[in-house]
Every structure is written in structure tokens, then in C-alpha cells.
Design a protein around this ligand. Sequence first.
Ligand code: NAP
Length: 293
Amino acid sequence: MEYSKKTRVGFIGLGIMGRNMAGHVLAAGHPLAVYNRSRDKAAELLAKGARWCDTPGDVAAQSDVVITMVGFPRDVEEVWLGPDGVLSRARDALLIDMTTSSPELARRIAGVAATRHCEALDAPVSGGEIGARDAKLSIMVGGSEQAFAQALPILKLMGTKVVRQGEAGAGQHTKMCNQIVIASTIMGVCEGIAYGQAAGLHLPTVLQSIGAGAAGGFQLNVLGAKIIDGDFAPGFFIEHFVKDLGIALEEAKAMELELPGLALSRKLYARLIEQGHGRLGTQALYKSYGARA
Ligand code: NAP
């Protein structure tokens, strides 16, 4: 595939992340075909000139590059390998899954793609809704060097850091490293804020100090500030994070690696889902803290 502004792009999955990411592809001038489970999420892109397709297969039939950004591995499986899926119609195309999904599924998809004369990349992202909106995502890619080189101009429309990590599945493994770091970090953020509250401190003032020191970072500065404001609206759904932590734990188990922080974080988040909080943002972990011992 020779990249140009005429390269036809298909985008499937237009939620919090996907609709922002697809918007950058459209704004760069590419013809854009879109599909999403609920059509209403496509309205804004359709008004700006994107074309609606009725199935993932239809998207693939009209695209040189297909990008997916759905929710769970089961959604990836349906959209790629289902009867009307991307791989039922794709031919000589570059296929990129940006969902956070399992490394094993990424390798399976790459294998099927090869039988359709297609190249597949796994390219999960970090940077959240803000990173998607501002085209400042960090994109971690698994797949062949040749496919990576072809994908680079399009991925750069959505991210500022685009790095190839290895063969198929390596992008997803890297994303698991990212989620493992966040799993323990967010527990620390909640505990620090719970402690500050119990000590009677003025929390926004505490954040001014500790957010500017060695503890600073996205989890503390952005999500910690939301916790202090009592804002638990989703940028990143708890149910998606629990999905990621489950994948990471399974992969770690297969590698005979014990990760106690990851296991505890998953347990606390799973409890929040049981309490009906799965569609809140990950900062709602704070609801597990704050009670005095
Ligand atoms: P989201 O808002 O739920 O978006 C997912 C979209 O995919 C939804 O619009 C959904 O349709 C659509 N979809 C799901 N299954 C589908 C299917 N079978 N066919 C067609 N469309 C389907 O979630 P998100 O926050 O954008 O996250 C997307 C992925 O990125 C997840 O894997 C998440 O873990 C990962 N991620 C998220 C963030 C973040 O901060 N939000 C950051 C990094 C990575 P409906 O509209 O019908 O639900």
C-alpha cells in the first residue's frame, strides 16, 4: 500500500476514544468509512463527511486501511473474525486494532490476516480521552517492520509517540506493562488523598505540593484532582480497566510471575463493579478508601 492523502481509511468503534481518533483521520483529508454498534455515536463524523457502513465487512471492502477501537476482546473477535467481520471482506489491506485486547488474540488475528494477503498490527494506546482529543496518544505497536512503516503516517495523525515494540502481540504486551504500572499507582493516589483528608489537610493545596514533586503524574495530577472535586465521570471505564487487569494477570500467570499489586488492584476494582460502579471512571477507586480503620 502506497500512503497518500487519498488512502481510504475505515474506522470501527466510535466511543470515547475512537470518535476522537477517527476525527483526526477525517480532518487530515482521508476518505473515511465508519461503523459502530450504536449508529448515533457516528452522527458527528457523518455530518463532517464520513460515510456510514452497515457492517465491519462493508468497511473493509471499501478501505485500504482499517482501524478498530472497540471495547473488549470479545468485541475484537466479533468485529474481526465474525461472519460479517473485517477479515471476511478485507483483501490486500493494512489492518490495525487499537483496542486494548489480549496478545494471544492479536497473534491469532495476524495469522488469519496473512491468509487474506493482509498485514495486521496491534496498536493499543495510552493517554486517555484527552490524549485522543488532542492527538497526543502514545501508541505501542506489534507487527512486521514493513506494516509498521506503512501505518506510521496514519498513526501519527493520532499520536505523538508511535513505537514498534516487536512482532504481533508485542503492542498488547507493552500496554499490559502500562496498565500494571497504573494499577498500583492509582491505589497510591487514593491512599494519599484518604490520608490527607483524615489528617484534616486542605486537599487542593496538598495537590499543589505533591503534584509538583516526585509523586506527580497523570494519575495524581489529573485523576487525583477529579477525586478531590468528587468527579467520578468516566474518561476510562472501570469495566475496561478490569478487563485489562484480567488479561495482565492471565499473561503473568502463564509466565509464572507473581504481581501482588496488580492482583490487589483487580480485587478492589472487581468489588466496585459488583457494587454497580463499572461505568464510572477509574478514579472512582477512591470509593474503596476513605473509611477509617
Ligand atoms: P467506549 O466508549 O465503550 O467505546 C467503544 C466503542 O466500540 C463503543 O462505541 C461501542 O459501541 C463500540 N463497539 C463495541 N463492540 C462493538 C462491536 N462488536 N461492533 C461495533 N462497535 C462496537 O470505550 P473507549 O473508552 O473508547 O475505549 C475503547 C478501547 O480503548 C477499550 O479497549 C479501552 O480499554 C481502550 N482505552 C481506553 C482509554 C480511555 O481512557 N478511555 C485509554 C486507553 C485505551 P456502543 O456505542 O454501541 O457501545
